[in-house]
Design a protein around this ligand. Structure first.
Ligand SMILES: NC(=O)c1ccc[n+]([C@@H]2O[C@H](COP(=O)([O-])OP(=O)(O)OC[C@H]3O[C@@H](n4cnc5c(N)ncnc54)[C@H](O)[C@@H]3O)[C@@H](O)[C@H]2O)c1
Length: 280
């Protein structure tokens, strides 16, 4: 699988993923509705909500890393986020099947798990892939529906679908904001104080292309630690009293990455703790 199309190649994750794949010897075509930040590889401007354009851009590829989306609730109207994200994902998945691509790696989201946990508290922590899905926005719903599309298309078409439920993606400059999270544990309670470095997102996408998987799997992809300089267990006790806390390291992630470690060989290499200092 050397020829890979990266959709959303002009975005935050896309930039890191394109960089990483090029460094690892892949031939990459970046596709997006907007131009790339830097011309790292060939780029095509296309709207993936259009099935014809999607077929053309995937023609001849071995695999696709599908990252294109409106990347959060509250950016565009709810219905438009749903339309853009589910339509473009259906088009990418179904064109990949029809054109005989070998694999689809794609961006799902931590939001499927019930963020911001106002209505449903987490059933337990660290949350893992067995946790019930509680989409609270059309954005999260589009990702839940896309996970189901992947399962059904894997059943009928047989190619592997690797869904990556990314936590909140950070680029190096974002770590400057982390000092401001520390005074109030409620500021980042909405995603159980999770995050993931864009370069580790890139690692997970590459592993998604390379690891032997045959079904439609989903993996939570987060950093190994939380954004907080306070033990994870004590954060849970203060903010989510009564929620069972399973085994977790002192500052360990409350979004379990055990399945990704076990099946993908994912091993996050970046922590905000190595990049900025915050008083204890
Ligand atoms: N940013 C996060 O914290 C986060 C967390 C979890 C999951 N995700 C998911 O990861 C993926 C990448 O997110 P990101 O942070 O890089 O977002 P981003 O907005 O930086 O990049 C997404 C790109 O997709 C493009 N795009 C959107 N609709 C398109 C369409 N119809 N056709 C072609 N291109 C289109 C946009 O122009 C943009 O460049 C998304 O699927 C997002 O839902 C992001």
């Amino acid at each position: 699988m050397k020829n890979v199309v990266v959709t959303g190649g002009s975005g935050k994750a896309g930039f890191a993923v394109v960089n990483d794949l090029l460094e690892h010897g892949y031939e990459v075509l970046s596709v997006d509705v907007v131009p790339p930040r830097e011309p790292l590889c060939p780029h095509l401007t296309a709207d993936l909500t259009d099935l014809g354009q999607t077929f053309e851009i995937l023609h001849g590829a071995d695999a696709v890393v599908h990252l294109a989306a409106i990347p959060a609730p509250g950016i565009r109207p709810e219905g438009e986020t749903f339309r853009n994200n589910t339509m473009s994902t259906y088009n990418v998945f179904s064109a990949a099947l029809s054109l005989g691509l070998q694999r689809v790696v794609w961006a799902s989201s931590e939001t499927t798990l019930g963020l911001p946990f106002d209505r449903e508290k987490p059933s337990y922590a660290p949350i893992d892939e067995e946790h019930p899905l509680y989409p609270e926005s059309s954005y999260a719903l589009s990702k839940v529906i896309s996970e189901e599309m992947a399962r059904q298309l894997n059943r009928t078409g047989g190619i592997p679908f690797v869904g990556l439920r990314f936590s909140n993606i950070m680029e190096p400059h974002d770590y400057e904001r982390f000092a401001g999270f520390q005074d109030d544990p409620h500021k980042r309670k909405w995603n159980l104080w999770g995050y993931v470095d864009a370069r580790d997102v890139a690692q997970s996408c590459r592993l998604g292309l390379e690891t032997s998987i045959s079904g439609a799997e989903v993996f939570i992809i987060a950093a190994a630690d939380t954004v907080m300089n306070r033990p994870s267990r004590s954060l849970m006790q203060e903010v989510y009293p009564g929620v069972p806390v399973r085994e977790v390291e002192e500052f360990g992630t409350l979004l379990s990455i055990n399945k990704a470690r076990r099946l993908l060989g994912y091993d996050p290499r970046y922590s905000w703790r190595d990049q900025v200092s915050v008083r204890p």
